[in-house]
Design a protein around this ligand. Structure first.
Ligand SMILES: [Zn+2]
Length: 472
């Protein structure tokens, strides 16, 4: 039997607002421990939360960017659980009336575009951070003490939940990459996994290919990179298939993914919604976005989505890898398109942006693409050093291709032939050896001509003329 995977993602993104979600503490999870706290985010009795307007607006922008409907009426709920990183004993989150629902992200891939549904995107507050010390790897097991840093507690956090529309580990990786770019380009989060401002969990199940049943799923937690996630998902798919094929059943559980281990040890069995005893937060009024914002205005301010941009780049005939590499920066795509519009073929334009411009650390946003395209078109006609210098200088104010094109090499045979003839007559022994079969000597003659012309000879023409004359 052949199997297919059913994968859904839950992504948490910390918003980079200046202040926290329900108090006026500065957001600064990585500042000196417990320096970004106040009675509200430490849950002192009698304090009241006030929602951060910027965080609500940014969540709406994100929802629009993900093609979601924005709720007319959104409610904050209390989600109860006990843990030292949660001083109130509940987290303010959203439950059955989130801000954004029913979105759709187009995910271009090697086999066309997949449509990934977005179930919801809601706004909540982040928990504080516990640090387990004295044990291996900072894990609670084996630790001698646990410390709590409340700086992160109360940071605005958006949770994005996808429909289980993802079918492969690679699709999951590409979706996460696009989503990360979306929030970064919207300017609402730095979305850096190393800093914890982007975190995600993956739900995985398998089923017979072509069926529409949903079997028991497991949840992979603590993914710390997209590449690790893809590996973890692949391993979990294989494990579940092997379990079913040997007559077993998959248990619903949460697995801690550790890239250095072969297995993924279970953490705990998954809580259900009823375990959290959700109820509406009595200290906050519902949010009514349509009364306070013009969605049309917000929609009009959205930048082009990375997904649409990727589709456009792929339509020029590039392979997915190059298209994704270009798409990492909007300015790279703009530069690629300018160079293409100047008459350079897609693959050559992409290779140029990725292999010549990017490695030199040139900011593509500051490059005059039309001028640089002139240099690229004449690449064969100017010395390598002049070409590299032109690329390196292309982001400077007032960059002009002409200066570098003046270095144009000598391709005129009436100028080159006398030099070549002289060199051949001065090196009779080598000429004889070449004609006797030592064709490797061609490089020697080319070198001589280049030296005579101080690097200004066009190597292609020199090679051709030398071959002809030596053959004759
Ligand atoms: Zn505070």
């Amino acid at each position: 039997m052949s199997w297919e995977a059913v994968i859904g993602l839950e992504i948490h993104v910390q918003l980079k607002t200046r202040t926290k979600m329900f108090c006026r503490c500065a957001v600064g999870a990585l500042d000196a421990p417990n320096t970004r706290t106040c009675p509200i985010c430490l849950a002192h009795p009698g304090t009241l939360p006030v929602p951060n307007r910027q965080a609500v607006e940014w969540t709406i922008r994100l929802g629009l960017g993900l093609g979601c409907e924005i709720a007319e009426h959104a409610v904050f709920h209390r989600k109860h659980y006990f843990y030292p990183d949660n001083p109130k004993g509940y987290q303010i989150s959203q439950y059955d009336e989130p801000l954004c629902i029913d979105g759709l992200v187009r995910l271009p891939g090697p086999d066309g575009v997949a449509e990934i549904g977005i179930t919801r995107a809601h706004l909540e507050e982040d928990a504080a951070k516990t640090l387990h010390v004295g044990g291996a790897e900072g894990r609670i097991h084996g630790a001698t003490a646990s410390l709590v840093d409340f700086n992160r507690g109360g940071t605005p956090l958006v949770e994005i939940v996808t429909e289980p529309h993802i079918r492969t580990a690679d699709q999951a990786r590409r979706f996460l990459q696009l989503l990360r770019q979306t929030v970064v380009e919207l300017g609402i989060s730095d979305a850096e996994m190393e800093k914890g401002s982007l975190r995600f969990d993956v739900n995985v199940s398998v089923r017979p290919a072509g069926s529409d049943e949903l079997r028991t799923r497991t949840e992979l937690k603590n993914m710390n990179s997209f590449a690790f996630a893809a590996r973890g998902i692949e391993r979990e798919i294989d494990r579940q298939i092997a379990t079913y094929e040997s007559g077993g059943q998959v248990e619903q559980e949460t697995l801690h993914f550790d890239p250095n281990r072969e297995d993924a040890p279970p953490l705990r069995s998954k809580e259900e919604a009823e375990d959290y005893r959700y109820f509406p937060e009595p200290d906050l009024v519902p949010i009514e976005p349509l009364r306070e914002w013009s969605l049309e205005e917000l929609r009009g301010e959205l930048p082009e989505s990375p997904s649409a941009r990727l589709e456009r780049v792929l339509a020029t005939g590039l392979d997915l890898r190059d298209a994704e590499a270009l798409n990492l920066e909007p300015a790279r795509v703009t530069l690629f398109e300018t160079i293409r519009d100047a008459g350079v073929e897609s693959k050559a334009a992409a290779a140029f942006v990725l292999n010549d411009v990017a490695p030199q650390g040139v900011d593509p946003a500051r490059v005059d693409g039309a001028e640089l395209a002139k240099v690229l078109r004449e690449r064969d006609q100017i010395p390598r050093a002049a070409f590299d210098a032109a690329v390196a200088a292309s982001a400077t104010e007032g960059f002009s291709a002409d200066e570098y094109l003046r270095e144009r090499t000598v391709a005129d045979t009436s100028e080159l032939d006398p030099v070549i003839d002289r060199i051949l007559s001065e090196n009779e022994q080598q000429v004889e050896a070449y004609r006797g079969g030592k064709e490797g000597l061609l490089g020697f003659f080319v070198g001589q001509v280049m030296r005579e012309t101080r690097g200004k000879a066009n190597p292609k023409v020199v090679n051709e003329r030398l071959r002809e004359k030596l053959a004759g």
